[in-house]
Design a protein around this ligand. Sequence first.
Ligand code: AMP
Ligand code: ZN
Length: 139
Amino acid sequence: MKDCIFCKIVAGDLPSTKLYEDDMVLAFMDIAPINPGHVLVIPKEHHTGSSTIPEEVAGRMFHVGARLGVALKRALDVGGFNLHLADGKCAGQVVMHAHLHVIPRDIEDGFHWNWRQQQYESDEARDDIASKIIEKLKF
Ligand code: AMP
Ligand code: ZN
């Protein structure tokens, strides 16, 4: 897609440090890492969000992300990794070509997700939301 920086990386029109490539996905180093070794895995075909990525390609993205996570644990001697995908601007997506972050993590690496844990007003309120989601779930 014209004007998409990740499509330009796939086409070789913008530079990147590539780690892995096959017919479906490309993995390269993030230029502004949360931690050193932060990698992005993208579908080669342009998809803005995750929901239009064909199942086979999405599966490959996750598989490659997990294999890269193991590789960076061994290479960088860190304890774990996060797989993260922001879908939509309000979810924190900045580059509008879907991408899976693979982020090396270690105890006291100084990064926190700022995760919060709210409570439902009642079990019924939780179940009502679950029903609404199930109603809209389409494959
Ligand atoms: P997100 O906020 O999930 O859209 O993440 C976009 C990511 O792309 C950020 O972590 C950026 O550092 C990264 N990024 C942006 N431009 C480039 C580029 N040219 N090469 C590598 N990573 C990039
Ligand atoms: Zn693109």
